[in-house]
Design a binder for this molecule. Structure first.
Ligand code: SF4
Ligand code: SF4
Ligand code: SF4
Length: 352
């Protein structure tokens, strides 16, 4: 139930007083830029990009941590708001290498998108970004390059709040601050589960997937599918180039996983193009498996099923489906079992 009525950019809206100004704006299609915000996480108020004017408040307020209240009057697109957000972005970019031309995140980077939208060219402050060497880590999944880090804290917070692994932390203070693992240990030697949630939330190229190194995000075609590793059915986005799956991501807002994946779903995709993978059916002929066409294999199966059914009746056949298949595939198997084989003997591994 709405608890309050407020005005945003001269239009009236109703909302629950548990919502933030940012949530109400996003729900109603009002654009507010953010860098440290991820709807999977508690609001942080760190990047200052979401500043808005609120009538009666002397300073601009951070919309991601400001709760709405009755009769509130908010302005999101005044000159003051725009110039302040632009200044904040210029300061963030003044400590950033800005090498989008050769960056793997090119085409899928929140920082690049905002720089384009605010038409920021060059570095007004004339500062030299602090050189920060990539942190070598033997884990095979992802790597960190702190020169591209904007200290939004999303990786640290998602590791704490969602994965609850507590494998990342801010260290040092002020301009010396950077993100690392506790005691600088490798991700193979700390509580990290290699889930890649930190990778999924990072708005820049500070955290990148080691799969498909050297391929820019803009070169990849996105294909939605369902993970086949277990019965949860997480939604995956295959990032494909030249019909090869280069890496796997997931969109925030999808059900049931809301952009989160486990190590298998996110990184266990190398089998897809592995040379040992079976590409055609094999038929056992004289104790040897020989390659066959799908028609040959299906004809053989149909003949054998038909023979067993004719000799011993339909209840001599049964099928067991897998929780690794989709609902649609499981539906088809039960339909085949009941309608074609003629038996109700069907079970599913997830039932036990
Ligand atoms: S992280 Fe983003 S803004 Fe930074 S260089 Fe790469 S594409 Fe450009
Ligand atoms: S991979 Fe997962 S567990 Fe490891 S640091 Fe990133 S979020 Fe934390
Ligand atoms: S590594 Fe990425 S997510 Fe983590 S603080 Fe830096 S920019 Fe933010």
């Amino acid at each position: 139930m709405p608890d309050c009525t407020l005005t945003i950019d001269d239009k009236s809206y109703t909302a629950s007083d548990s919502m933030t100004v940012l949530e109400v704006c996003r729900r109603n299609g009002i654009w507010i830029p953010t860098l440290c915000h991820d709807e999977r996480l508690e609001p942080f108020g760190g990047c200052r990009m979401c500043l808005v004017e609120v009538e009666g408040a002397p300073d601009l307020l951070i919309s991601c941590v400001t709760r709405v209240r009755d009769k509130m009057v908010v302005r999101t697109n005044t000159d003051r708001v725009h110039q302040t957000r632009r200044g904040v972005l210029e300061m963030i970019l003044s400590d950033h290498p800005n090498d989008c031309m050769t960056c793997e995140k090119d085409g899928d980077c929140d920082l690049q998108d905002l720089a384009f939208r605010f038409d920021i060219k060059g570095d007004r402050f004339g500062t030299q970004p602090k050189p920060r060497a990539p942190l070598p880590d033997p884990n095979p999944m992802f790597e960190r390059e702190n020169s591209k880090c904007i200290l939004c804290g999303r990786c640290v917070r998602i590791c704490d709040e969602v994965e609850q692994a507590h494998a990342l932390a801010f260290v040092e203070r002020g301009m010396e601050t950077f993100i690392t693992t506790p005691f600088g240990r490798s991700h193979l030697e700390n509580p990290c589960t290699l889930c890649g949630q930190c990778l999924s939330t990072c708005p820049t190229a500070a955290l990148v997937d080691k799969h498909g190194k050297g391929i820019r995000a803009r070169e990849l075609r996105k294909v939605r599918t369902t993970c086949a590793y277990c019965g949860v059915g997480c939604q995956l986005t295959l990032n494909v180039k030249d019909n090869h799956v280069i890496r796997v991501t997931s969109e925030v807002g999808t059900v049931p996983n809301n952009g989160n994946l486990c190590v298998k779903g996110r990184f266990g995709h190398e089998f897809i193009h592995h040379p040992d993978r079976l590409k055609t059916p094999l038929i056992n002929r004289d104790s040897k498996f020989v390659e066959a066409t799908w028609d040959e294999a299906l004809d053989l199966i149909a003949r054998r099923f038909g023979k067993i059914k004719a000799q011993h009746g339909p209840d001599s056949l049964a099928s067991i489906s897998s929780c690794r298949c989709t609902n649609e595939e499981n539906y088809l198997l039960q339909k085949f079992t009941r309608s074609v084989l003629g038996t109700n003997s069907i079970d599913q591994c997830a039932r036990t």
